[in-house]
Each structure stands twice: as structure tokens, then as C-alpha cells.
Design a protein. Structure first.
Length: 584
């Protein structure tokens, strides 16, 4: 019987609205006559009431005011309330104008007084219950600071949340001092003062902020041990909240990304992507779809990875090719059949310790695989070949980096005829398979301590989408023979990254353990062997000095590398700067 229902709510409001309508009209009469109403004016009081009651009731029902729950009564409903009243009183005036003799005598100023009284009492009746419910519920909810007075913030006020919005800040100076859903908007600079004063427990950011600003906010909240920080995101056209991640704090967005240049490079082209199911290959596939490729040839030797990316690409004709780049004769059939105009070679073994344990496989897959794809691109007149390289190719300390350096040497010195061959070198991408972030996240979720190899180890990081866009941009401006280097910003200490991930997980039980450098691992990576002497029109892309290596000698060295027993010694002969670090 006591369980609330929509029908019970409607009858509840109807009953009290009737009392309010009657009370406000009687009060309006009293105010008009200074609480001494002449008896002749009361003769038609109930006639006036019945007409106003009928019009207001019908219009409030028509505007669905009776369908709104207490807790969701907002500014939108106040506007509906206003419209309903204005129309109701307009209709009454129309009736009065047509049949004035039924209402004589009638003080017309009563209508204006009653209009305002009815609006105030009907609105206050609903808002009062909402304020009561909120104040009652807020005692058990987290006090939350909202950053950004945006439409997304407005939506949060309307929802039933597990938090209580106690304060709000914004960087828009024109909004400072104004009110947002009854909350005073304060300055960004006041964040620490607000957190301390209001005992804020969590923070929600409702607007897009630059990485530097986000990092600054994180550091300021860090002082008060606040790590429950959420961002409003738009996913599938729905507003959702996601936890602030380390990717959000480390992400670098290139300032000179030329999407028009990329589009003109990709649009209406047939593009072959090797390693299409991997972290880099799959994102390049998405980018090629976005920029209007004519056809995508997705090549990968992993059935699941190939299936996953093929299922995702829908707007472009897609050919799934399950092949290994090592098998030249089989891959050649793909080149003959589809004649790709652009070839992007992302297939490689990239995990340093695994390649150290499987040196021969690393050499065959990385070097021979790359050699095969470059040779076939030249043979079948591809317009452009792009090699995805790595910062580990610079003064390499491991086999993986050395194999990629040999690939760069081959790409720079091969006789390419009409095919323009370029390499693009960059550091770690955030969230890629095999990178530290997924590993750390897995350890946190398992409530394990995070293992970092060394307290001083650093790495460069960039978001996968931005890295892939810059790869395509570098490919677009290349003339052949260049090694392009992407600006990765400042290197990040891995121990700092790990600590941020622990902080954001709000799990104080997790500690950092140091396990020692792994085989082939070095403390820091580089992007240049020597200082870059060539700039491009884009600040985010520079060009490394070219290295000449006689092609006949290089082919001979690669052939010997496949058969010699001491492969490390031969790798050092081909790449003299290779300084193998055993670290064991």
C-alpha cells in the first residue's frame, strides 16, 4: 500500500495542487483588499476558482508535470510550469472577455497576484521535497568537486548519483561568481582551498582539458590524497564517467597534426598493412578507414587478431589475409592479386626479453620479413613503403632493437626504383600489447605489488592514435630514404608511472618492487644516433641522418647472419654500435 507508484504520485500532487490553487486565489483576494474582502466580491469567488482550476489542471497534465518525480524536478519543469500558467490565465481572460457579466463584480488585478502566487507555491512545493530528499541522501554520499560548468555537468545534477556535488570550479572567468544549479562557481585557483574547506572526497572533470592542466590538477589533489578522479566522456552518444587513467596524464597531442595532408595521402588508395591485428597495425587500419582508403589488405599471421580488426572495419572494402611475412612466395601472391599502392609494414617481434630468448626467430621475422615486404613492394611498383621502426634501434642493447636497425639500413640503401621507402621511428605507445601499463594494471587488479626493473629506468610514451596519425603524416611527406623521428616529448620515469597507477587505483596496500634490468634492457632509450640535421615543415617530425651501407655487402651480411652460429657477433659486425646488455 505504501509503495510509491506513478498513479499514486499523480493523485498526491492533484490533491495538494487543488488546495494550493484554492489557497493562492483566496490569498490574492485578501492581498488585493488588504485582508478586508467586500462581500459582493466573494459571490463569484468559486466560479473564478473553478475556471482557473480547470485550465491549470488540464495544462499541467498536458505539460506532463504530474509525471515528474520529486527528485527530477528541475529548471526544465519550472519552464513548463510557467508556460502552463501563462496559457491558463490567458484562457481565463478570454472567457472573461466573452462573458464578463457572469463575473461582475471581479477585481482583475487578482489574476496577476494569483499568477505569481500560484507559480511560487506550486514550484516551491515540488522543489522543497527535492531539497529535503537531497539533503537527507547527501549525508551518506561522497562530497564531490565538479570541474567545469558544462552541459555534461548539468546532466549530472539530474541523475541519481552515488556522490553529492558540493562545489564547482571553472577556468572561464565570465562564469566565476555565477550560480549553477544553486552552487557558486569558483576559480580553478581555489581548488585546494575548496578541497580543504569542504572535505572533498572525489572529483569529476566535465570538460576537456590540456594534459598539462590535467597533470596540475592531479598534483594538487595528490596533496590531499584524493585519487577518486573521474572524467566525463561521450561514448556511443551517451555521457558516461570513467576513472582518470595514467594514459590521460601522459598523453601527448601533437600540435601540428595535418589531417588534410594525411587524407590526401590515404584517400582512394589500396593499402596493404602487415601486422594489421597488432596494437599499431590495427590503429593504422582504423585511421586508413577514417581517411577514406579505397581498399584495405589486412595481413597478419594471428587468426584471432586478424578476425578482430576485420570485424571492426566496416566502411572500407577489406581483404583479410592470414599469412606470415617470412613466407615470401605466399605473400607475393597477395601483391600480384591486389597490387597495393601503399604498404605499411608493422609486423615484427617487439618484446625485448622474448626475442632475447628466441634470437633466430627474431632475426628471421624482423629482418627477413621486412626484406621480403620491401622487395615485393619494389617489384610490384607500390608508390610508398612505410617501415614502422623503434627507438630501441638507436645504439641498441638488445637483439630486437638491432634487428630493427638492420631493417632501417636495408630500407635506406635498397635500390627502390619508383617506390618511395621511408622509416618512422618512435618510442612506446600507451596501452599497446606487451607494454608496461597493461602489465601494471593486471598486477593492480590482482592486488599484487608492481614490479619495476630499475628505479631510474625511463621511456618515451605517446598515445596509439596520435602516433599512428603521425606515422601516416610522415609517410605522406617522405620522398624515399628518410628515417623520420616522431617527437615523443620528455621521457617518463617508469617508477613514477607505476606510483601514479597505484595512486589512481586507491589501493594503498600495493607497493613497488625492483626486479633488476632484464636481458637486453637499458635504462633509457634514444631516438637519434647523432643530432638530427634535417627538419620538416612539421615540428613533431624530424629526419635522422642517413647511413650509407653498400647494398651488396648488406645482403651478404644478412645471408651470413642466418647461418652463422654466433649470431650476436655477426649482429655487432653489421651494427657496430650494438652493445649487448645481458643484465643477468
Amino acid at each position: 500500500m505504501l509503495k510509491p507508484t506513478a498513479l499514486k504520485r499523480m493523485f498526491f500532487f492533484l490533491f495538494f495542487d487543488t488546495l494550493i490553487f484554492l489557497g493562492t486565489l483566496f490569498l490574492a483576494y485578501n492581498l488585493r483588499f488588504n485582508f478586508q474582502i467586500p462581500s459582493e466580491f466573494l459571490n463569484n469567488f468559486f466560479l473564478v476558482f473553478l475556471f482557473l482550476f480547470f485550465f491549470k489542471l488540464v495544462l499541467l497534465y498536458n505539460f506532463k508535470i504530474y509525471n515528474i518525480s520529486w527528485r527530477f524536478f528541475s529548471l526544465a519543469e519550472v519552464k513548463k510550469l510557467l508556460y502552463a500558467h501563462l496559457i491558463a490565465y490567458t484562457l481565463f481572460i478570454a472567457i472573461y472577455s466573452i462573458f464578463p457579466f457572469y463575473f461582475i463584480p471581479f477585481p482583475r488585478s487578482v489574476l496577476i497576484i494569483d499568477l505569481f502566487l500560484s507559480l511560487i507555491f506550486i514550484g516551491s512545493f515540488r522543489i522543497a521535497k527535492r531539497l529535503f530528499l537531497e539533503s537527507k541522501n547527501n549525508k551518506n554520499l561522497k562530497k564531490t568537486l565538479l570541474i567545469g560548468a558544462t552541459p555534461f555537468a548539468q546532466a549530472l545534477f539530474k541523475q541519481k548519483n552515488s556522490f553529492y556535488i558540493s562545489a564547482m570550479v571553472d577556468d572561464n572567468l565570465t562564469l566565476i561568481g555565477s550560480y549553477f544549479s544553486n552552487i557558486n562557481i569558483q576559480k580553478f585557483e581555489d581548488i585546494e582551498k575548496i578541497v580543504k574547506k569542504d572535505a572533498v572526497e572525489s572529483v569529476i572533470i566535465t570538460k576537456e582539458l590540456k594534459r598539462e592542466v590535467l597533470e596540475d590538477i592531479y598534483k594538487r589533489l595528490h596533496k590531499f590524497n584524493i585519487y577518486d578522479i573521474k572524467l566525463v566522456t561521450l561514448s556511443n552518444k551517451e555521457t558516461t564517467l570513467k576513472n582518470l587513467s595514467v594514459e590521460d596524464l601522459l598523453a601527448r597531442y601533437p600540435k601540428d597534426l595535418d589531417k588534410q595532408k594525411i587524407k590526401s595521402f590515404i584517400k582512394d588508395k589500396t593499402i596493404l598493412i602487415t601486422g594489421a591485428g597488432g596494437s599499431i597495425g590495427s590503429e593504422i587500419s582504423r585511421q586508413c578507414e577514417f581517411f577514406g582508403a579505397k581498399k584495405l589488405i589486412l595481413l597478419d599471421n594471428s587468426e584471432y587478431n586478424l578476425y578482430s580488426i576485420t570485424e571492426e572495419i566496416k566502411k572500407v572494402e577489406t581483404i583479410s589475409v592470414m599469412q606470415s611475412v617470412v613466407n615470401k612466395e605466399v605473400v607475393e601472391k597477395t601483391f600480384i592479386k591486389y597490387r597495393p599502392q601503399i604498404v605499411i609494414h608493422a609486423a615484427a617481434y617487439k618484446h625485448v626479453p622474448l626475442v632475447e630468448e628466441n634470437i633466430e626467430e627474431g632475426i628471421i621475422n624482423n629482418i627477413i620479413g621486412t626484406q621480403n615486404i620491401i622487395d615485393l613492394s619494389i617489384k610490384y611498383s607500390a608508390e610508398k613503403f612505410i617501415l614502422i621502426s623503434t627507438d630501441k634501434a638507436v645504439r641498441p642493447t638488445n637483439v630486437m632493437g638491432t634487428t630493427k636497425r638492420i631493417c632501417e639500413l636495408y630500407a635506406q640503401n635498397v635500390e627502390s626504383d619508383s617506390t618511395e621507402i621511408v622509416s618512422v621511428r618512435f618510442g612506446n605507445v600507451l596501452g599497446s600489447s606487451g607494454s608496461v601499463i597493461p602489465k601494471f594494471q593486471s598486477q593492480i587488479e590482482s592486488n599484487q605489488n608492481i614490479t619495476v626493473t630499475h628505479k631510474d629506468i625511463t621511456r618515451y610514451f605517446m598515445l596509439i592514435p596520435e602516433a599512428c596519425e603521425l606515422v601516416l603524416q610522415a609517410g605522406a611527406i617522405g620522398d624515399g630514404g628518410e628515417i623520420f623521428i616522431l617527437d615523443m616529448g620528455e621521457p617518463i620515469k617508469i617508477v613514477d608511472l607505476a606510483q601514479k597507477m597505484i595512486d589512481l587505483s586507491v589501493n594503498s596496500n600495493i607497493k613497488i618492487e625492483f626486479s633488476g634490468l632484464r636481458k637486453g634492457e637499458k635504462l633509457y632509450e634514444e631516438l637519434l644516433i647523432d643530432a638530427s640535421d634535417t627538419k620538416t615543415e612539421y615540428q613533431s617530425i624530424t629526419v635522422a641522418k642517413s647511413t650509407h651501407y653498400d647494398l651488396t655487402t648488406l645482403n651478404k651480411d644478412i645471408s651470413e647472419l642466418l647461418i652463422v652460429e654466433d649470431k650476436i657477433a655477426k649482429l655487432k659486425e653489421i651494427v657496430p654500435e650494438f652493445n649487448h646488455q645481458l643484465n643477468l
